[in-house]
Write a new protein. Structure first.
Length: 342
């Protein structure tokens, strides 16, 4: 058993890099035998974990099979060992911290925390919804694209929550791969936000690509190639060939082009925009099976997310998963794609 000890209130990027170094040293054993031990700070002035802490912790938990234990003080040594062994052997339950159960909206990390059962205590989970979530498969989405295309904002729109930092900047905001989860439209969705893998200024390019593949294991359900409407740069002309080189030629079968800044259409359809755009961009969309969609990341209307989910599930069905709708408990009939190129 490997115990990876973290301070619950502050899981930093340095902690993620340390975990990655241990992974390189121990290999698969790290994933199979690691229990993350969360230790709370004794400083009573310590603030609650922020979103970055939750995202970093969630990434680490995902890579070690969600085996996590909340350290308790004043516990006898033999009892502590027994509880750690039990935690290592069993899957995590959907249970939140007892002292936080009624005070705030739970994060994906808190829903995965495992606490050993207490004698005569009620195993209280908030109704059948969380139990249903536990049983459903997770839809994994990887966001790809150039710096400034709106990947992080798109991830926040899909998850209907601000998990990824997104702001106007002359420098890349996303420097490392990050993952977040929410349940949207009845589907548990995992989104992996990525830096621009093909930016010459990106540090540790191969390490970040490896991290993306690790977070998406055993393979994402869809790659979203995020591009801003009205912009088609020289880098974007080459990006698809670069993506195929990194993720394999068959990545085209699992890719949807997602345009941001939909508000720029001003009433026009995506199809009308594509018909009058660069011929190379049209060819790129054809290579992706004419699958494309547009987001207004300032619009809270869930319909644009529902439309995207329909396209993803329809794509997977056509790729040889006829029962895919049952796996994800989502049965709304898919509409005809509005951006097919003849």
């Amino acid at each position: 058993m490997i115990l990876f000890v973290l301070q619950r209130e502050h899981v930093s990027q340095a902690d993620m890099e340390t975990f990655a170094r241990f992974q390189q040293k121990f290999g698969k054993k790290m994933e199979e035998n690691t229990v993350v031990v969360l230790v709370s700070s004794e400083d009573k002035t310590t603030v609650r974990p922020n979103k970055e802490t939750d995202q970093n912790l969630d990434s680490i938990l995902y890579q070690c099979g969600r085996k996590v234990y909340v350290f308790k003080k004043n516990l006898e040594q033999c009892d502590l060992i027994k509880q750690l062994i039990a935690c290592c052997k069993r899957a995590p339950e959907l249970q939140v911290h007892k002292h936080e159960r009624s005070s705030h909206r739970t994060t994906p990390v808190e829903r995965e925390i495992w606490n050993p059962p207490e004698p005569m205590a009620q195993q209280h989970i908030s109704g059948g919804n969380q139990a249903a979530i536990k049983e459903k498969n997770t839809l994994t989405i990887v966001l790809l694209g150039q710096t400034g295309s709106g990947k992080s904002a798109t991830g926040n729109t899909i998850l209907r929550n601000r998990h990824f930092e997104s702001r106007a900047s002359s420098m890349p905001v996303t420097q490392v791969c990050k993952m977040a989860e929410e349940t949207v439209c009845g589907i548990k969705i995992r989104v992996i936000d990525t830096p621009d893998f093909f930016d010459e200024d990106l540090k540790n390019q191969q390490k970040q690509i490896k991290m993306c593949k690790k977070l998406g294991h055993p393979g994402p359900d869809v790659y979203l190639l995020v591009m801003e409407l009205g912009r088609y740069t020289d880098g974007e002309r080459e990006i698809f060939q670069n993506i195929q080189r990194v993720f394999g030629a068959d990545v085209v079968k699992e890719t949807i082009v997602l345009f941001t800044s939909k508000e720029k259409l001003r009433g026009k359809t995506v199809s009308e925009y594509i018909k009058n755009t660069d011929t190379q961009l049209q060819e790129l969309i054809r290579n992706c099976g004419s699958r494309c969609h547009a987001f207004n990341n300032n619009d809270d209307n869930v319909s644009q997310i529902e439309r995207l989910l329909e396209m993803i599930l329809e794509m997977k069905r056509k790729n040889g998963n006829p029962d895919i709708l049952e796996h994800y408990s989502y049965s709304k009939e898919s509409e005809k794609k509005d951006c097919r190129i003849q």
